[in-house]
Design a protein around this ligand. Structure first.
Ligand SMILES: Cc1cc2nc3c(=O)[nH]c(=O)nc-3n(C[C@H](O)[C@H](O)[C@H](O)COP(=O)(O)OP(=O)(O)OC[C@H]3O[C@@H](n4cnc5c(N)ncnc54)[C@H](O)[C@@H]3O)c2cc1C
Length: 409
């Protein structure tokens, strides 16, 4: 076992959040070691929607050109009643009275963000990226942290760093080793994601790149991403019944029947990938313990209706990078800044992401007919009333919650 010492930040996890953190730290001149247990970046098609505050961050990191090149610009999103097939509300960011600087949602798949950052970091002497390297233990002292990692061949190494940031996803080893409680709950139903190349705009002009279908029995989110070859990939997310088995849900017949029920068409759908997710609403009680920090899904998880999990994680990453740079480059007192990181980013979760994603899910799946009618009427009114339209977008697109969190002392 060898021991390496360095005054650098060790990032555990090279998903979108760990990657953005690495780039932001490097742009601030902080040395970085990023490890990931996987041999190669995951071709994971979970997140694609980047909301306006995140687009501004991507622009400030010099990533927006790549995002526009590889992604899809979506200035509009729709709410529909799946039972009647009618459009309930249309929300258009460029039509806001005070639109954000980037008045659109960017559909840029999370693996493309991570890949682009890995390319930007290649050749930078201040960053080392090690794959097939799994964090297994953490020891802290007053002036540093020592992580034990395991390589693919089974050998172990002890790595010293000034700070360690767990960007290692919802099942975070960093959070568990640090015994930080992950408060919240798990929904009884799982969500099924289906990716298909079928072009749903054939349904009519009520379909845009981003669509929310309300249905008391089987609501659906339907989004278009650009896909691997740029030809377009439609992603649907819908709920399953708790008692349905994985085999039952994932059989080709069941997948086909689900899509046909949603949008009947002659001939079978060309299904590219399917995935079943357990769905949680949880936040770590603190995002910091000594020299260990949490960011992204390691710190918080939420249901994906509204596309906010990765956005919130990217907001964590740039917030934390600025604070670590002040501590490491300018000698700023650490604990007040790290406490503020927890305060700001927990607020963004509690008041913003968690509250909004729960409301989004409940709105789409409302079963009580009277409550459902009232909720749909509220959306229709919001779409038609300029102040309500703008306020709706500011909530749905994380504009208000991001600003409120950043303003928190
Ligand atoms: C169906 C679906 C759709 C979604 N759509 C959106 C969306 O449109 N917009 C949005 O904002 N969010 C969305 N999300 C949420 C989003 O996918 C997550 O919030 C995001 O992936 C979190 O990124 P992360 O980097 O924190 O974690 P992850 O992407 O989970 O990455 C964690 C990394 O850590 C590595 N790792 C784990 N353990 C270790 C270890 N012990 N040692 C070393 N490495 C380790 C893993 O290999 C992985 O590379 C969606 C989620 C789902 C399920």
């Amino acid at each position: 076992m060898t021991e390496r010492t360095a005054e650098r930040v060790l990032i555990v996890g090279g998903g979108p959040v760990g990657s953005v953190l690495a780039l932001a730290l490097r742009q601030a001149g902080v040395p970085v070691l990023l490890i990931d247990q996987l041999a190669a970046p995951e071709r994971d098609c979970r997140a694609a929607s980047c909301h306006p505050p995140t687009i501004a961050i991507l622009a400030s990191l010099g990533l927006l050109d790549a995002g526009l090149d590889q992604g899809l610009v979506s200035p509009v999103f729709h709410y529909l009643d799946r039972v009647t097939g009618k459009l309930i509300g249309r929300f258009a960011l460029p039509e806001m009275q005070a639109p954000p600087e980037h008045a659109f949602v960017l559909q840029w798949e999370q693996y493309k963000i991570a890949d682009t950052i890995a390319e930007r970091l290649a050749g930078d002497d201040g960053v080392e990226i090690r794959r097939s390297t799994t964090l297994t233990e953490i020891e802290q002292s007053a002036d540093g942290v020592i992580a034990t990692v395991q390589r693919a061949d089974g050998s172990e190494e002890r790595i010293a760093a000034a700070y360690l940031v767990g960007c290692d996803g919802g099942r975070s080893t960093v959070r568990k080793l640090s015994q930080i409680d992950f408060e919240g709950f798990t929904w009884p139903e799982r969500f099924l994601k289906i990716d298909t190349r079928h072009d749903f705009t054939a349904l009519g002009p009520q379909i845009d790149n981003r669509n929310y279908f309300s249905d008391p029995d089987q609501w659906m989110n339907l989004f278009k991403a650009r896909g691997e070859d740029g030809s377009g990939m439609w992603r649907s997310v819908s709920p399953t019944l708790p008692e349905q088995s994985e085999d039952e849900l994932l059989s080709p017949e069941a997948i086909e029947a689900r899509l046909q029920k949603f949008c009947p068409k002659p001939g079978a759908y060309g299904v590219v990938t399917v995935a079943l997710y357990n769905v949680h609403q949880r936040i770590a009680v603190t995002f910091n313990q000594g020299r260990v920090l949490l960011a992204g899904d390691a710190a918080h998880v939420n249901n994906p209706v509204g596309g906010m999990g990765m956005n919130g994680g990217i907001h964590d990453a740039v917030n934390l990078a600025a604070k670590l740079a002040s501590i490491l480059n300018e000698g700023a007192e650490a604990q007040p800044l790290l406490d503020r990181y927890t305060r700001q980013r927990r607020k963004a979760q509690i008041d913003g992401v968690q509250a909004q994603s729960i409301a989004n899910k409940q709105m789409l799946g409302e079963k009580d007919p009277a409550v459902r009618t009232a909720k749909l009427a509220e959306i229709a009114r919001a779409a038609e009333t300029p102040e309500l339209h703008d306020a709706f977008i500011r909530r749905a697109c994380m504009i208000d919650s991001y600003a409120a969190a950043e303003a928190t002392l």
